[in-house]
Design a protein around this ligand. Structure first.
Ligand SMILES: Cc1ncc(C[n+]2csc(CCOP(=O)(O)OP(=O)(O)O)c2C)c(N)n1
Ligand SMILES: [Mg+2]
Length: 674
């Protein structure tokens, strides 16, 4: 680290010039924060971050997680200095088809470890990644994972977001000393100075949560270096480096006066003469600002050489480990391959007429035994959401002990989800997390990010309907299924439903649903499970058909007069209703649709064969009727759903009062024939 402070400052100015110029050219974006944070990111990349320029997906690399996605120009400019983006690409910031999107989008090959934009989530992804690294260190034994450092970058907005508290609690409680977070504390945010909304002592807060905290001048390369050196030596705690940064460092207004520490530079180009003055002030050429200075090129060329030596040493260490532990090395390769694990589901024994949450526990128990790189989490509900099926076969992480595979997140659903996302981003592990379906509301922003990044996180949501009963309407999901099913309709950039949503109809269909969830490495999966016991579907049911998303349940009649359609536990209510209808001589087909998204991906002929047009249809859902509207068109029948919040009473009473009985199915279907 013989770099002079002078060259480091020059490189940071280079980043400032590039960031401001990209925003200027795009006529939109955020220059101020990027200019303030340039010193930190430059010191990190030129002297600390360990990665292999030739092998971006090296498992043991250090990782950099950006939280404030609006600081994309800073990240892209930095990544230009290390050759991950060209200056031409930078000059195309925010344009159609350009890789320099408005906010960074996850792409390991480009050096972008996470998509960021919704403030607060990015740094919690880092916390999840740090947990994954700790897990892998123990579960593979590969020494490389103990050497990995996860760096996070947070700003005022991220610190203000509620999630930061829970993230910090978890990182502190688990003693994640492989995590170093830089806080770009520039006293400015989008619309005000931070002091108008934030009077806290952030350093004291983080110390109280179990962190080591260093406070520095965030634009001083020497202080950044010293803080990073100290942070790397901290044991048993995560570290927060609070850097007092200057928003828009080096910026000048059109009249040549300072444009620093000004909210206006948060989210708009510097503009005209202010831009020209700023670029000149930073030593750039306003006519031709997209350049990398020669000494900066040399700085990063030297770093590339250092990295070559660092990686050679690490690879040699990894090879020695792999030679001594060929089976573990093969397992590690498999874990990072992105392939679905092989599972022997014949080992999964289901009880008849069980609740699907308990059936899920049986599946999780098998997964705990057969998928050694799976991590299961719960937000303090493991005995209710039945993730304890997994927990009973392992133990929870504690500070200094990551030999188990269960992550007790505490009551923090969004944080739990973001940690699981971070684990998936790290790679090498398969995360799953559980809570009550009604509290999926607390997780939606993370589910959306997992969907956008196409990460195979498994969301386990139990207590799926008003049949939670006695707990009353606060705990009874009604509109939640409609919300999550929207994510099935929303396609990801690979053209697939962005989330696979499965609501199995009984215990055995739950095994199928879990098998589909584990095979799905391309998107997140949501499993929606019942609290109450459910009568098994009729004998002889071919559960393997659940893989088609919707199928005809055993015992259905040929050439039906009416087709009854449902997901989850309502299917068994339809089966009971069908008995009554058959007594009148009606021929009835029952269709279980655990996933409409999957069903709509089947050949049209298959869809037609299951739900032929022109045959009367009746749908039953414990959620909003819209859940089944795509399957039961208005012109062909009717849907019985819940159109209000639920009520507090034993669930069997609610079934009666709300019409979820065989008798009501009979009555409603007969109306179609009236
Ligand atoms: C969850 C969320 N809420 C709101 C926004 C919109 N937003 C983007 S940046 C910002 C202010 C951020 O201030 P700070 O983090 O201090 O960044 P700086 O202005 O210093 O660059 C806001 C409100 C967002 N991106 N995410
Ligand atoms: Mg700020």
């Amino acid at each position: 680290m013989a770099n002079s402070i002078e060259v480091l400052n020059h490189a940071a100015d280079n980043i400032r010039i590039l960031a401001a110029s990209a925003v200027e050219k795009a006529k939109s974006g955020h220059p101020g924060g990027a200019m303030g944070g340039a010193d930190f990111i430059n010191v990190l990349y030129s002297e600390y971050l360990k990665y292999d320029p030739k092998n971006p997906s090296w498992e043991g690399r250090d990782r950099f997680f950006l939280d404030p996605g609006h600081m994309a120009p800073m990240l892209y400019s930095q990544l230009c200095l290390i050759g991950k983006f060209s200056l031409e690409e930078l000059a195309q910031l925010r344009q159609w088809g350009s890789p320099t999107t408005g906010h960074p989008e996850f792409e390991i090959a480009r050096g972008i470890e996470n998509t960021s934009g919704p403030l607060g989530q990015g740094h919690v992804f880092a916390i999840g990644a740090a947990i994954a690294a700790k897990f892998l260190a123990v579960h593979t034994g590969n020494p490389t994972f103990s050497k990995e450092t996860i760096y996070a970058y947070i700003s005022d907005g991220g610190v203000q977001e509620e999630i930061s508290h829970s993230g910090a609690r978890i990182a502190g409680t688990l003693g994640l000393d492989n995590l170093i977070m830089f806080y770009d504390s520039n006293d400015i945010q989008l619309s005000t100075e931070t002091k108008e909304v934030m009077a806290e002592d952030t350093a004291t807060k983080y110390r109280a949560l179990g962190w080591e905290v260093f406070e520095i001048v965030g634009n001083d390369a020497a202080q950044i270096r010293t803080a990073l050196d100290k942070a790397l030596k901290v044991e048993g705690k995560p570290t927060l480096i609070i850097g007092k940064c200057i928003m828009g460092k080096g910026a000048l207004k059109a009249d040549g006066t300072s444009y620093e520490a000004n909210c206006k530079t948060h989210g708009a180009p510097l503009g005209g003469d202010a831009f020209i003055n700023t670029i000149k002030n930073l030593g750039g050429d306003p006519e031709n600002p997209f350049q990398i200075f020669d000494d900066v090129k040399e700085l990063y060329a030297n770093r590339a050489k250092e990295l070559e030596a660092i990686c050679a040493e690490r690879y040699a260490e990894e090879k020695a480990w792999a030679d001594a532990n060929p089976e573990k090395a093969a397992a590690q390769a498999e874990w990072f391959s992105g392939k679905a694990p092989k599972i022997d589901w014949s080992k999964c024994v289901q009880k008849d007429n069980d609740a699907t949450r308990s059936a899920s526990a049986a599946c999780l128990s098998v997964l705990a035994e057969q998928v050694p790189n799976m991590i299961c989490a719960s937000a303090d509900l493991s005995n209710s959401d039945k993730t304890d099926g997994f927990l009973k076969k392992t133990h929870a992480f504690t500070k200094g002990d990551f030999s188990g595979a269960f992550f007790q997140a505490g009551v923090a659903e969004l944080t739990m989800a973001c940690c699981c996302i971070g684990m998936a981003l790290h790679g090498g592990v398969i995360p799953a997390c559980g809570t009550f379906f009604v509290f999926s509301d607390y997780m939606k922003p993370a589910v959306r990010m997992a969907a956008l990044m196409e990460l195979p996180v498994k969301f386990i949501w139990t207590h799926d309907a008003f049949r939670v009963g006695e707990d009353g309407p606060t705990h009874e999901p009604v509109e939640q299924e409609a919300q999550i099913r929207l994510m099935e309709k929303l396609h990801n950039h690979s053209g697939k439903p962005s989330v696979l949503v499965l609501r199995p109809a009984d215990a055995l269909e739950t095994t199928e649903a879990w098998a589909l969830a584990m095979e799905n490495m391309a998107t997140p999966t949501a499993l929606i499970l019942s609290r109450q016991n459910i009568q098994n579907l009729p004998a002889g049911n071919d559960y393997s058909q659940a893989a088609k998303g919707g199928y005809i349940v055993a015992g259905s009649d040929e050439n039906p007069d009416v087709i009854l359609v449902a997901t989850g536990s309502e299917v068994s209510t339809l089966v009971a209703g069908a008995e009554l209808l058959r007594k009148d001589g009606k021929k009835v087909r029952i269709v279980s649709v655990p996933s409409e998204g999957l069903f709509r991906q089947q050949p049209k002929e298959y869809q037609q064969s299951v739900l032929p047009q022109g045959v009367k249809k009746f749908g039953l859902t414990a959620g909003l009727p819209v859940n089944l509207l795509g399957l039961v068109p208005e012109a062909e029948g009717s849907i019985w759903g819940l159109e209000s919040f639920g009520f507090s009473a034993p669930y069997k009473v609610l079934d009666e009062k709300l019409g979820y009985t065989a008798e009501n199915v009979y009555a409603q279907v007969n109306k179609l024939f009236a």
